[in-house]
Write a protein that binds this ligand. Structure first.
Ligand code: CTP
Length: 404
């Protein structure tokens, strides 16, 4: 049963008529609905229809002064448990992705701190257009839950994905996904890392040789991304500074993409202050003097002039803004624990998480790590990277709570 207060934003598309049935179904399932109709939405269904079905006033304009006095747009979202955009047109998705707030619906969406769900419906070409795909990917990264449209014959006579799923299917999806995420808002209030800022670095760095070539390493970024995700799930504000990787941003995480070690260091320094930093990135120790022109084979093997990269971990440890808890990683191929202990002392890191990367451990889905602290060494069983991340995030939360 979906006994929630839903703020339903109805965009302008032929599928808007299905929103009427959806209102009826939500109410039948025990929920209440307050509708916001965009200007183009009102071309397809009338405020009167939605008001009658929802038994609530329908809002259409940001400039409706009566509404602003009686119930500001902030209040509208405050009084809802979640926001559902249905149908979400290509235009509405684009404006949401760009953070535009030029009418009541988009202003509400930008101002809300409630979970947002969107059900796109549009012509197949619009759905498959690169711009829409980009906008949908961006919104998903921002934490918006999006239901993929159905495939079938469309009102415009074409065939393919783009149809709004039947209202009963939309409701079932909403119940399921909201059920999964519902634990989050309330959990966050009591979350062990609420109010904490944690910086995480992840992935490799790429050091350019010339405009087309780089020196890189095999880090996939998976462990670092999993840690950022686990910390966010415990309520932390997470800044994830990532080298070049092919991974989606975990929900609720602020991501800064960089390429080189120097850029990574700058991004980390700019993100300070932080309560903790977890440096998982496989940072290149050296960079080479890169040439502005592509190196030519005919000129023979290039002489590479190397210089040392900044050590981000050691730099943070020595900084006046040193986070209270510094966690480094050490990927080793021999003497794993001894190397990690030496690294912990050398870099003045509070903890080092060490793992054995001989063989093909880098890029895999599991990890077997040793947690090296001032109190000694704990060897954890091999586990999925997400599980290692959860365990580490719990330990970080426990450690930070001790200092209060
Ligand atoms: N690290 C960093 N900046 C660097 C190099 C490493 O912040 N320029 C961090 C890594 O993110 C990791 C820890 O330091 O948390 C250890 O990285 P590692 O490459 O194992 O350390 P190195 O000092 O480079 O040691 P090694 O001689 O084993 O390469």
């Amino acid at each position: 049963m979906l006994n929630k207060r839903i703020l339903l934003i109805v965009g302008g598309g032929i599928a808007a008529y299905k929103a009427c049935e959806l209102v009826r179904l939500i109410r039948k399932a025990g929920g209440s609905v307050r509708c916001v109709l965009t200007r183009s939405g009102a071309e397809f269904v009338t405020p009167m229809t939605l008001a009658a079905l929802s038994e609530q006033p329908v809002h259409t304009s940001l400039w409706d002064l009566k509404d602003e006095v009686e119930m500001g747009h902030i209040q509208l979202s405050r009084e809802a448990d979640l926001i559902l955009v249905c149908p979400a047109t290509a235009d509405l998705l684009a404006r949401m992705a760009a953070g535009i707030a030029d009418d009541l619906a988009t202003t509400l969406l930008l101002a809300t701190d409630k979970p947002v769900f969107a059900v796109p419906a549009m012509n197949v070409r619009m759905w498959l257009h690169e711009a829409t795909r980009r906008n949908v990917a961006r919104l998903r990264e921002d934490g918006v839950q999006i239901l993929d449209p159905d495939e079938g014959e469309m009102a415009c006579g074409e065939y393919g994905p783009g149809r709004l799923p039947e209202p009963a299917a939309v409701l079932a999806w909403l119940e399921r996904v909201h059920g999964e995420t519902a634990a989050r808002p309330s959990a966050i209030e009591a979350a062990p890392l609420a109010g904490r800022h944690v910086i995480v670095t992840a992935g490799p760095t790429h050091e350019p040789i010339d405009p087309v070539r780089v020196i890189a390493n095999r880090s996939s970024g998976k462990q670092g991304f999993a840690i950022a995700s686990a910390l966010a799930q415990l309520g932390a504000r997470v800044t994830l500074v990532s080298g070049p990787v092919a991974l989606p941003t975990p929900p609720g995480v602020r991501r800064i993409d960089v390429e080189t070690a120097v850029q990574m260091e700058r991004a980390v320094q700019t993100a300070l202050p932080a309560d903790a930093a977890v440096l998982v990135a496989a940072v290149a120790d050296w960079r080479v003097e890169s040439t502005p022109q592509k190196l030519k084979k005919a000129d023979g093997p290039p002489p590479l002039r190397w210089s040392a990269n900044p050590d981000i971990l050691a730099g943070l440890a020595a900084s006046p803004a040193r986070p209270r808890l510094l966690v480094g990683f050490a990927a080793e191929t021999e003497n794993v624990v001894a190397e990690a202990q030496a690294k912990r002392a050398r870099k003045n890191s509070d903890w080092i998480v060490a793992n054995d990367v001989s063989g093909d451990a880098m890029g895999g889905e599991t990890n077997q790590v040793h947690l090296v602290t001032a109190d000694g060494v704990e060897s954890w069983d091999r586990a999925a990277k997400a599980e290692v991340a959860r365990r580490l995030a719990d330990r970080i939360a426990e450690q930070l709570s001790r200092g209060d």
